[in-house]
Design a protein around this ligand. Structure first.
Ligand SMILES: NC(=O)c1ccc[n+]([C@@H]2O[C@H](COP(=O)([O-])OP(=O)(O)OC[C@H]3O[C@@H](n4cnc5c(N)ncnc54)[C@H](O)[C@@H]3O)[C@@H](O)[C@H]2O)c1
Length: 258
C-alpha cells in the first residue's frame, strides 16, 4: 500500500461510477484502485495474481468502499471478457477503465527473441486492446466512458536495453490517440499517463540502486514518485474535471522528461 494516503474518507467525486483497474494487485494499479474507491467509485480490481487482487479488494472494502477482485490475464481476451461481464453484472455500468497491467523484459536488442517482444506486447498493448474492446460497447451504450492508458515516459523517449517495453508503451500512446479520435463522438475520452520513476514493489525489487540514483539525480524534483502521485493524475483524467481532455499524454515525471 502506498505511503501517502491523501484521503481518509469516501468522498463524492465518483459516486455512482464503476471503474476497472488492471494490474491492481500492487504498485500504481493498487494505488489507483484505492484512490478511485476513496472517491466513491465501485472498483473492479483485476490482476493475474489472485492473492494480491483479493488483498487490494479487501483493503477497499475495509475502508467502506465497494470492490470486486477479478482474476484474469489481460492478454487473454476471453478471460478479460468474462471479468468485464462479471463486473457489469454486479454493478450495472463501467465508467472508467485504467489499463495499467504490465511488466518489463529487459535485454540488449540483438539478444532478445521475437517471443520476448510478443510477450511484452501481448500484455501492454493487446491487453489494453482486449480491455478496451470488452468495455467499449458498454461505454458507448452509456454515451460516457473514460479510459486511461498507463504508458511510460520511456514510450516517448526510449531507453537502452528495454526495446520491447518502450515500443509497447509508444504503441499505447498511438492507441490512445486513435481511440480518442474514434470514440470522442460517442462520449468516451481516452488519455494516457506517462509516469517517470515510481517507487513500486517491482522497482524496489529489481532496479539496480545505481541506476535508480542516477534517475533521481537527473530529476528536477530530486526524488522518485510515490504510486499515489501517479494515481492522482489518473484520477484527474478519469474525473469530470478533465471533461474537455482527450487524446492527451500527461507526463508525471518530476521534471525528468523536460
Ligand atoms: N514503476 C515505474 O517506475 C513505472 C514507470 C513508468 C510506467 N510504469 C507502468 O505502470 C504500470 C504499473 O507499474 P508498477 O511499477 O506498478 O508495476 P508492478 O510490477 O509493481 O505491478 C504490476 C501489476 O500488474 C499485474 N500484471 C502483470 N501482468 C499482468 C497480466 N498479464 N494480466 C493481469 N495483471 C498483470 C502484476 O501481477 C502486478 O500486480 C505498468 O504498466 C508499468 O509499465 C511504471
Amino acid at each position: 500500500m502506498s505511503r501517502r494516503q491523501p484521503y481518509d474518507a469516501i468522498s463524492a467525486l465518483f459516486t455512482g461510477k464503476v471503474a476497472l483497474v488492471t494490474g491492481a494487485g500492487q504498485g500504481i494499479g493498487q494505488a489507483t484502485a484505492v484512490r478511485l474507491a476513496r472517491e466513491g467509485a465501485a472498483v473492479g480490481v483485476l490482476d493475474r495474481n489472485e492473492r494480491t487482487a483479493e488483498a487490494t479488494s479487501g483493503a477497499i472494502q475495509k475502508m467502506g468502499g465497494r470492490s470486486r477482485a477479478l482474476v484474469a490475464d489481460v492478454a487473454d481476451a476471453a478471460a478479460v471478457s468474462r471479468a468485464v461481464e462479471r463486473l457489469y453484472a454486479e454493478f450495472g455500468r463501467i465508467d472508467v477503465l485504467v489499463n495499467n497491467a504490465g511488466f518489463d523484459r529487459p535485454g540488449g536488442f540483438l539478444k532478445l527473441e521475437p517471443d520476448d517482444f510478443q510477450a511484452v506486447w501481448s500484455v501492454h498493448l493487446l491487453g489494453a486492446v482486449n480491455c478496451c474492446k470488452a468495455c467499449g460497447s458498454i461505454m458507448m451504450d452509456q454515451q460516457d466512458g473514460r479510459i486511461i492508458n498507463v504508458s511510460s515516459i520511456y514510450g516517448r523517449v526510449g531507453s537502452k536495453g528495454e526495446s520491447p517495453y518502450c515500443a509497447a508503451k509508444a504503441g499505447l500512446i498511438g492507441l490512445t490517440k486513435s481511440l480518442a479520435r474514434e470514440w470522442g463522438a460517442r462520449g468516451i475520452r481516452v488519455n494516457a499517463v506517462l509516469p517517470g520513476l515510481t517507487d513500486t514493489p517491482t522497482i524496489q525489487e529489481f532496479m539496480l540502486p545505481k541506476y535508480r540514483d542516477m534517475i533521481v539525480r537527473e530529476t528536477p524534483l530530486g526524488r522518485s514518485a510515490d504510486p499515489a502521485e501517479i494515481a492522482a493524475a489518473i484520477t484527474f483524467l478519469a474525473s469530470d474535471d478533465a471533461s474537455f481532455i482527450t487524446g492527451a499524454t500527461l507526463e508525471v515525471t518530476g521534471g525528468w522528461s523536460l
